[in-house]
Design a protein around this ligand. Structure first.
Ligand code: C5P
Length: 224
């Protein structure tokens, strides 16, 4: 079976990364969480008080950022490293989530991330999830999925995930954050979140992760 590129785009907290990881593991492919890159850049901007409305500051900051996915045998997955520091867990904080969509809407930030993402896909055999992967990063990918799920289900899922780490978090906060990110992500000028014309919609509101995985795996086999 030939190696292909699988892109998974969609709204926040639709289960994109769960599916992407399962597929990559089953197929022996690389998994890339492109959102982690935008989150790590945002973390750097926040920590270094970069004024991201100022293009010069953004340019200078990006010159000092090095991103790398490093495999961790303990967690059995690749983790995001920012300038050689493992930031996989801190980038999931709401503090970062609250600003990431603003940062990800900046043209130079996107060019910086997209160039690296395209490099990672050179050898094919990759599953990448995000917002613009099927439309901009790999417009010629063999299989494009666009994931969606009911809003209430998405809020509940993300709330459970964040609550485990921070019991002070409220459902309202999580809901507001998802709505805000979806709004900014789909209305920005540069690479807005869109379903690629040739993407297949996968609505997982009523699917278990196993059912969703089987469906997607069938699609991969049909496209390989
Ligand atoms: O996938 P995740 O929810 O971790 O992504 C965090 C944010 O990064 C998104 O809300 C979006 O603003 C941005 N993003 C993006 N393009 C991608 C992946 C993520 O703009 N390909």
């Amino acid at each position: 079976m030939k190696k292909i590129i699988v892109t998974i785009d969609g709204w926040s907290s639709c289960g994109k990364s769960t599916l992407a990881k399962q597929l990559a593991q089953e197929l022996g492919y690389i998994y890339v969480d492109s959102g982690a890159m935008y989150r790590a850049i945002t973390l750097y901007f926040l920590r270094n008080h970069v004024d991201w409305t100022n293009p010069e500051e953004v340019h200078e900051a990006l010159e000092n950022i090095s991103l790398e996915f490093v495999f961790n045998p303990i967690s059995d997955r690749s983790e995001m490293h920012l300038n050689e520091e493992n930031v996989e867990y801190v980038i999931r904080d709401l503090v970062v989530a609250e600003k990431v969509s603003e940062v990800a809407a900046i043209k130079e930030v996107r060019e910086f991330a997209v160039a690296q993402q395209q490099q990672m896909g050179k050898g094919k055999g990759i599953v990448m999830d995000g917002r613009d992967i099927g439309t901009v990063v790999f417009p010629k990918a063999e299989l494009k999925l666009f994931m969606t799920a009911d809003n209430a289900v998405r809020v509940e899922r993300r709330f459970k995930e964040l609550f485990e780490k921070n019991p002070n978090i409220s459902l309202e906060e999580v809901k507001a954050n998802l709505e805000m990110r979806d709004y900014i992500d789909s209305n920005r000028e540069v690479s807005p979140l869109r379903k690629a014309e040739d993407a297949i919609i996968l609505d997982n509101t009523n699917l278990t992760p196993e059912e969703q995985f089987k469906k997607a795996l069938r699609l991969v086999h049909d496209s390989s």
